[in-house]
Design a protein around this ligand. Structure first.
Ligand SMILES: [Ca+2]
Length: 293
């Protein structure tokens, strides 16, 4: 790439080379100019690329419809709406529960309180049953939705992170870039899909939500929710919620990462929150896939 220096730079460079009396000074000046020219070349070559990468072709646009309160005591792991009611699961040993959320206060009517040896993770509701994962205990629980009585436990080899369903299968994340599709009766893994984007595997897939044929997953320790084609594992959209993270941090400096996605079919809204966040944000999002299925 040919770099054309500004006229002032070219003239100064010639002046420095003409000075043959103070040789040491010339060397120092030449070094300064070498640094300046290298810096100019670096800036000239990298700035356009950096600007280009800032524009995410997969960006999902959103707007905030409303803001609900959220319990800042809740170390949110799972969020799901079922028949118009909002349920939340929380984590950490000793504070892991499943509750029905009072959306006017954010407080949970606790239905399940896990023994403190379990670190609760994601939940999902399908066919009047509630499914719950634990983090590193390799154990999942199934409850009757009606009374939250435990009806089953199952085990799995991986860690347990997030849950959702596609109407037929339970879909599970485990902190890798894999989505596992479980049979609802046996809870055996029927198939797994590797999630990738332009850069390769997308690891740390966490809380999940199945919306209109796609799996949405928030990526742990980022402000991103990725939209995934479950048939191919390809990421077809990215929702950057840095603005909401900053808003939540300003309201509660003790807050933790983004976690918690629920779809409200009645209002076609996406509910998002995070661990110890003081708010649940109700979003309208652009539902169009950004690339072909
Ligand atoms: Ca969810």
């Amino acid at each position: 790439m040919r770099i054309r220096l500004p006229l002032a730079f070219r003239n100064l460079k010639i002046m420095a080379c003409k000075d043959t009396v103070h040789g040491k000074e010339i060397m120092m000046r030449n070094r300064y100019w070498l640094v300046a020219v290298v810096a100019l070349v670096v800036i000239s070559c990298t700035t356009p690329k950096e600007k280009k990468s800032e524009v995410d072709a997969l960006k999902i646009n959103y707007s905030i419809r409303s803001v609900w309160p959220h319990d800042t005591e809740a170390f949110t792991q799972g969020l799901v709406i079922h028949k118009g009611q909002l349920y939340e699961s929380t984590g950490q040993n000793g504070t892991s529960w499943i509750g029905l959320v009072d959306v006017s206060t954010g407080k949970l009517d606790k239905k399940v309180i896990l023994d403190q040896r379990y670190f609760g993770e994601g939940i999902d509701i399908l066919n009047n049953k509630v499914y719950q994962l634990t983090y590193q205990e390799h154990t999942g629980f199934v409850y009757n939705l009606k009374d939250f009585k435990k009806i089953k436990e199952w085990t799995y080899k991986s860690e347990g992170w997030g849950l959702t369903n596609d109407g037929t299968n339970i879909i599970m994340s485990d902190g890798t870039n894999q989505l596992h599709f479980l049979d609802t009766a046996s809870l055996e893994i029927k198939k797994s899909v590797s999630v990738t984007d332009e850069q390769g595997p997308v690891k740390n897939l966490n809380e999940l939500e199945f919306i209109d044929g796609y799996v949405y997953a928030n990526v742990w320790q980022t402000n991103l929710i990725v939209k995934i084609n479950p048939a191919t594992g390809k990421v077809v959209g990215r929702l950057d919620l840095t603005q909401l993270y900053n808003d939540a941090r300003n309201a509660n400096p003790r807050m933790d990462v983004l976690n918690g996605i629920a779809w409200h079919p009645g209002t076609q809204s996406l509910l998002v929150t995070g661990k110890h966040w003081p708010h649940i944000y109700i979003l309208k999002i652009d539902m169009a896939a950004k690339v072909a299925k």
